[in-house]
Design a protein around this ligand. Structure first.
Ligand SMILES: C[S@@+](CC[C@H](N)C(=O)[O-])C[C@H]1O[C@@H](n2cnc3c(N)ncnc32)[C@H](O)[C@@H]1O
Length: 151
C-alpha cells in the first residue's frame, strides 16, 4: 500500500522526437558540471556533442563493433560495450551520473512504450540522475496527453 515513506524518484524525464530534437536538447539540459551517460551511442556522434557541454561523458552501446568504431572516431572519449537492460552493469561503471541520454533502436515506438517506461524507472531508481533525456516520439506524444490533476 502506498504511504508517505514510499520511494519516489525525483528524476525528470525529457522526451524528444527524432535525432534533431534529441541533440537540440543538449545545450538546455547539459551543463559544465554534469557527468553524462549516453546509452545507444552508436559511433559516438551525439556523445561527442555532449562532451562539449559536460564535465565528462561515457558512451555505451550493446554492439562491440560500433563501440570499436566510436573509439576510433573519438579517442578522447570513453566508450563501453553495455546492454541497456543490464542496469547493474551501468551501476558497476561506478560513476555518479547526473544526466542520462538514451537513444536505443527498437524502443522508441508505441508498442515499446511500456518497456521504455520500465527502463526509465529502473535507471531513475538505480542511478538517480537529475534527468533522463530519451529519443522517443511515442513517449513525447503520450506525455503531451498527460495532465497532472491539481487536486
Ligand atoms: C539510432 S542508433 C544511436 C545513434 C546515436 N545515439 C547518435 O545520436 O548518433 C541506436 C543504437 O542503439 C543501440 N542499441 C540497441 N539496443 C540496445 C541495447 N539493448 N543496449 C544498448 N544499446 C542498444 C544500437 O546498437 C544502435 O547503435
Amino acid at each position: 500500500m502506498a504511504n508517505d515513506r514510499q520511494y519516489r524518484s525525483n528524476t525528470r524525464f525529457v522526451a524528444t522526437r527524432g535525432v534533431k530534437e534529441y541533440r537540440a536538447s543538449i545545450p538546455e539540459w547539459v551543463n559544465e558540471s554534469d557527468t553524462v551517460l549516453e546509452i545507444g551511442c552508436e559511433w559516438g556522434t551525439t556523445t561527442r556533442i555532449i562532451s562539449d557541454h559536460a564535465a565528462s561523458v561515457i558512451g555505451t552501446d550493446v554492439s562491440p563493433e560500433v563501440i570499436e568504431r566510436a573509439r576510433e572516431r573519438h579517442p578522447h572519449i570513453r566508450f563501453e560495450a553495455l546492454d541497456a537492460f543490464d542496469v547493474r552493469a551501468a551501476l558497476e561503471l561506478n560513476v555518479d551520473f547526473t544526466k542520462i541520454y538514451i537513444d536505443m533502436s527498437g524502443i522508441s515506438g508505441y508498442r515499446s512504450l511500456l518497456d521504455l517506461i520500465a527502463l526509465l524507472n529502473s535507471y531513475a531508481a538505480v542511478l538517480r540522475p537529475e534527468a533522463i533525456v530519451v529519443k522517443s516520439g511515442a513517449l513525447k506524444h503520450f506525455a503531451s496527453r498527460c495532465i497532472p490533476f491539481k487536486g
